[in-house]
Design a protein around this ligand. Structure first.
Ligand SMILES: *[C@@H]1O[C@H](CO)[C@@H](O)[C@H](O)[C@H]1NC(C)=O
Ligand SMILES: *[C@@H]1O[C@H](CO)[C@@H](O)[C@H](O)[C@H]1NC(C)=O
Ligand SMILES: *[C@@H]1O[C@H](CO)[C@@H](O)[C@H](O)[C@H]1NC(C)=O
Ligand SMILES: *[C@@H]1O[C@H](CO)[C@@H](O)[C@H](O)[C@H]1NC(C)=O
Length: 414
C-alpha cells in the first residue's frame, strides 16, 4: 500500500500514550485544584492563584461545582476527571469536515433523522450545527470523512460497491489534501450506524488500523478496537412515548422481551422462558393490531427489560429501555457498550453473559428491591446521554460521542 512511510511512532501506541498522559495530567490538576480550593475556602478570597492553568481549572470548579457534584453521581468511573475534561473539550475541540463529495449522493448530509439508524443522521447534522466545526484544517484536532453508509444502503448499493465507493472517496482525499499522510489516518474518523457500514471500510487497511471508526455495532469479534474506535449508541428516535422517571409503583412485572428470533441467544431465550408466568417473554413482535403502542407501554410496567443481541450485538431496545425507565438486562458476549469508559453500566443495567440465560429468572429475582431502586435511580440520570437533539445540547448523545473522540484525538503531528 504505502512504499515510503515516514519514520514515526506507531499511531495507536502514541495516541495511547497521549490519552494516558492527558488523564494523568488531569488527575494531577484535579488534585492540585482541590487542595488549592480547600485552602482557598479557608483563607481570604483575594489570594492570587499561582499559575494561569490553575486559574482556569479553578474558575470551572467554582462555577459548576455545587450543582454538578449532586448530578455527577457514582455512575461515572471518575466524575471529576470527566467533568473537567468535558469542559476542556467544549472549549478547545475542533473538527474539520472534508467538503468533497456530492451531498445528493452519499456525502455530507444525513439520510434521515428517524428510524433505527437515526444516530448516524443526527451525528452528520449535529456536527455541522455544533461549535466543534472549523473551516480551518490547521486548527483541527480531528478530520471527519463525511461518507454515509446509511445513505448508500438507502440507495440500494450493495456491500461490495459500498467498499469500492468508500475506498475511492478516501483515496481521492489522500491525493488531494496533505492531512491524511501526516498521521496515515490516525486523526481521521468515520461514523456509521448501519451494521454493514463496519464492513464497508474494508477496502482500506490503514483506515481500519489507524482511523477512528464510530459504529453502532461495536463487537469485539468484528474487528472493533476498543481503545481506538467508538461505540455509537443505537437510538430509535423519535421516541413514541415520553421518558419514564419516578414511576416505580407501576413496575409490577418482573421482566419483558418481545422480538424476532434472529440470533442464537434469542432462540434460546424464547425456548426457555416463553411460557413462564413471571417473565413476559414472547417469541414474536407484538402486533400493532392489539392496540396502539402496546409494545412501548410494556417498558413502563416492567422492572427489567431483556436486551439480547440480534443479528448484531447492539439493539435499539437498550436505549428504548433506558428512555422508558426499564432497567436493561444486556445479554451479549463481546459487546463493547457505548461510553463504557466514562459511565459504569453495572450501576444502571444488568450485564450478563449469554450462558446466564438459563438462570435469567433467578438472577433477576435475586436482585433485592433496594438494589433495583438504586439501578432505576441511576438509569434516569443517564437518560440524557442516550438522546439526540437538534441542535445538540450539553451531555447528550452527540456530546458524549464528541467526548469519546476528544479522548482519542491524536496530539503529535508530523
Ligand atoms: C456495482 O457497481 C457497478 C458499477 O457501477 C454496477 O454495474 C453494478 O450493478 C453494481 N452492483 C450492485 C450489486 O449494485
Ligand atoms: C500521500 O501519500 C500517498 C502515498 O505515498 C501519495 O500517493 C499521495 O500523493 C500523498 N498525498 C499528498 C497530498 O501528497
Ligand atoms: C401509573 O399508572 C396509572 C394508570 O395507568 C397512571 O395513571 C399513573 O400516572 C402511573 N404512575 C406513574 C408514576 O407513572
Ligand atoms: C409453551 O406452550 C406451548 C403451547 O402450550 C407449547 O407448544 C410449547 O412447547 C411450550 N414451550 C415450552 C418451552 O414449554
Amino acid at each position: 500500500m504505502s512504499a515510503a512511510k515516514p519514520p514515526q511512532i506507531s499511531p495507536s501506541s502514541s495516541s495511547m500514550v497521549s490519552i494516558r498522559g492527558s488523564l494523568l495530567t488531569l488527575a494531577i490538576l484535579t488534585l492540585i485544584s482541590f487542595t488549592f480550593l480547600s485552602l482557598k475556602s479557608l483563607h481570604s478570597p483575594s489570594s492570587s492563584p499561582p499559575t494561569t492553568v490553575l486559574n482556569v481549572v479553578e474558575e470551572e470548579a467554582v462555577t459548576e461545582n455545587v450543582e454538578r457534584r449532586e448530578e455527577m453521581s457514582e455512575v461515572y468511573h471518575t466524575p471529576e476527571i470527566f467533568r473537567l475534561n468535558y469542559a476542556e473539550m467544549e472549549k478547545k475541540f475542533k473538527v474539520y469536515i472534508y467538503p468533497d463529495g456530492d451531498p445528493n449522493t452519499f456525502y455530507q448530509t444525513p439520510r434521515k433523522l428517524t428510524g433505527k439508524y437515526s444516530s448516524e443522521g443526527y451525528f452528520f447534522q449535529n456536527i455541522r450545527e455544533s461549535r466543534f466545526r472549523t473551516e480551518d484544517p490547521d486548527q483541527a484536532h480531528l478530520f471527519f470523512i463525511p461518507i454515509s453508509c446509511h445513505k448508500m444502503r438507502g440507495k440500494g448499493t450493495s456491500y461490495e460497491n459500498m467498499t469500492i465507493t468508500v475506498k475511492d472517496y478516501v483515496e481521492s482525499l489522500i491525493a488531494k489534501y496533505p492531512y491524511w499522510n501526516k498521521t496515515l489516518g490516525a486523526d481521521h474518523f468515520l461514523v456509521t450506524c448501519h451494521d454493514v457500514g463496519v464492513r464497508a471500510f474494508e477496502g482500506l487497511p490503514f483506515l481500519i488500523k489507524n482511523s477512528i471508526r464510530v459504529v453502532c455495532s461495536p463487537s469485539y469479534d468484528v474487528g472493533f478496537i476498543p481503545h481506538k474506535d467508538v461505540a455509537l449508541p443505537q437510538v430509535l428516535q423519535p421516541f413514541a412515548l415520553p421518558a419514564g422517571g419516578n414511576d416505580l409503583e407501576n413496575r409490577t412485572n418482573l421482566g419483558f422481551w418481545a422480538g424476532g428470533r434472529n440470533s442464537k441467544i434469542r432462540v434460546i431465550l424464547a425456548r426457555v422462558w416463553e411460557n413462564d408466568t413471571e417473565l413476559d417473554i414472547s417469541n414474536s413482535r407484538i402486533s400493532r393490531a392489539i392496540g396502539p403502542l402496546v409494545y412501548q407501554k410494556r417498558f413502563y410496567s416492567n422492572k427489567f427489560c431483556i436486551c439480547p443481541g440480534g443479528s448484531q450485538v447492539n439493539s435499539a431496545r437498550i436505549t428504548d429501555s433506558i428512555h422508558y425507565g426499564c432497567v436493561p438486562v444486556i445479554i451479549s458476549d463481546y459487546y463493547d457498550l457505548p461510553f463504557n469508559d466514562i459511565i459504569d453500566w453495572r450501576k444502571f443495567a444488568v450485564v450478563l453473559r449469554e450462558k446466564d440465560v438459563y438462570q435469567l429468572k433467578q438472577i433477576l429475582k435475586d436482585i433485592p428491591d433496594a438494589e433495583f431502586v438504586r439501578l432505576h435511580k441511576e438509569l434516569v440520570k443517564v437518560q440524557k446521554h442516550f438522546q439526540w437533539n437538534t441542535p445538540p445540547i450539553k451531555y447528550d448523545a452527540f456530546h458524549m460521542v464528541m467526548y469519546e473522540l476528544w479522548l482519542r484525538h491524536h496530539v503529535i503531528k508530523y
